[in-house]
Design a protein around this ligand. Structure first.
Ligand code: SAM
Length: 308
């Protein structure tokens, strides 16, 4: 095992001892690696070198993207509202000698005036934040405003209708939760024995996000590789069978479970119709769209201002 820095030691000390915290801790500790991957991908395929460019990371967590961008010579700004993130990010920067090159401050991505005050950037990153804000439309507007004419943005969000997310929503590992709107999700979350506020707002599908980018003058593409090999069909059938078995075992005498079951029935029907369509006419584009919509665990968008 490698040397544990100040950041990791501090987080391990505050461990809450429950399994969700352990999962979350793994996610936090993967932040630098995920950040480096995002920055590498953007530099290699979309932005070119970042030296002397301005990078903004919205909802930057503990600074993974910021550190990687600073290592490439960019001037980096990160904004955050999370208490724990704002308390501990500096230790991560210190462990990575980035205290002098990265500026992370409190900042609400939902606040139009604040976002405007940051100025324009060459690269705007928004990694797993859209689903946490009160208004995804407004955040995409703010992302577009923060991009200079040549800028790219990278936005990633869990794909709520993937079979994997339906089986186990990534934030709280609950079956069916990703299919509910924010209010019903809160009810289900409480009914299943969680306390406090469920931190996820609304999820949208691929076409809805593409439309939100377009309304703000951005042309976006999904860059998650979509699997084409027939062998993955076995995995689809297996996940669908697990969803059906769990659906059949739901305690529908509880009102919110019954509502979730209705959403699940509708969802299963939708997946099966799309499957039937694909089997009837197995064109490449149908296969790509099926795997994008139901197998890809997340949607990764890269967008730029549309040329008119
Ligand atoms: C799932 S975490 C992702 C963190 C980081 N981007 C990463 O991928 O490791 C979502 C982050 O968004 C932040 N966040 C939520 N709402 C926000 C807002 N309105 N403005 C800024 N940050 C926000 C949260 O505090 C949290 O750190």
């Amino acid at each position: 095992m490698g040397h544990m820095g100040k950041f990791e030691s501090a987080l391990r000390e505050i461990s809450h001892g429950d399994h969700l915290w352990e999962e979350h801790l793994k996610y936090i500790l993967s932040g630098n690696e995920r950040g480096a991957e995002i920055v590498d991908k953007m530099v290699t395929h979309f932005t070119g070198p970042l030296a002397d460019k301005r990078v903004l990371d919205i909802g930057c967590g503990y600074g993974g993207v910021c550190i990687a961008a600073a290592q490439q010579g960019a001037t980096v700004r990160g904004i955050e509202v999370g208490e724990s993130e704002l308390k501990y990010f500096a230790l991560n920067l210190e462990d990575n000698n980035a205290l002098d090159t990265v500026e992370i401050t409190y900042g609400d991505a939902d606040d139009i005036d604040f976002m405007e005050s940051l100025g324009k950037f060459d690269l705007v990153v928004c990694d797993n934040v859209l689903e946490h804000v009160p208004d995804s439309h407004r955040l995409i507007y703010n992302i577009a405003q923060a991009m200079n004419e040549q800028a790219r943005c990278y936005v990633t969000v869990p794909n709520y209708q993937s079979l994997g997310q339906v089986l186990m929503e990534c934030h709280n590992r609950e079956f069916g939760l990703s299919l509910l709107n924010r209010f019903d999700a809160q009810k289900l979350y409480e009914a299943r024995g969680h306390y406090g506020t469920y931190s996820v707002g609304d999820y949208f599908d691929y076409n809805q996000y593409i439309a939100m980018f377009a309304i703000n003058g951005l042309a976006a593409v999904n860059i998650v590789p979509v699997f084409m090999e027939g062998s993955h069909m076995g995995e689809v059938m297996d996940l669908l069978a697990q969803i059906k078995a769990k659906r059949a075992a739901m305690p529908v005498e509880i009102e919110i479970e019954a509502l979730t079951a209705q959403h699940l029935d509708h969802y299963i029907d939708r997946v099966e119709r799309r499957l039937a369509e694909l089997q009837r006419a197995p064109t490449d584009w149908r296969r790509v769209e099926f795997f994008r919509d139901f197998m890809s665990q997340r949607l990764d968008f890269v967008a730029s201002h549309r040329a008119y």
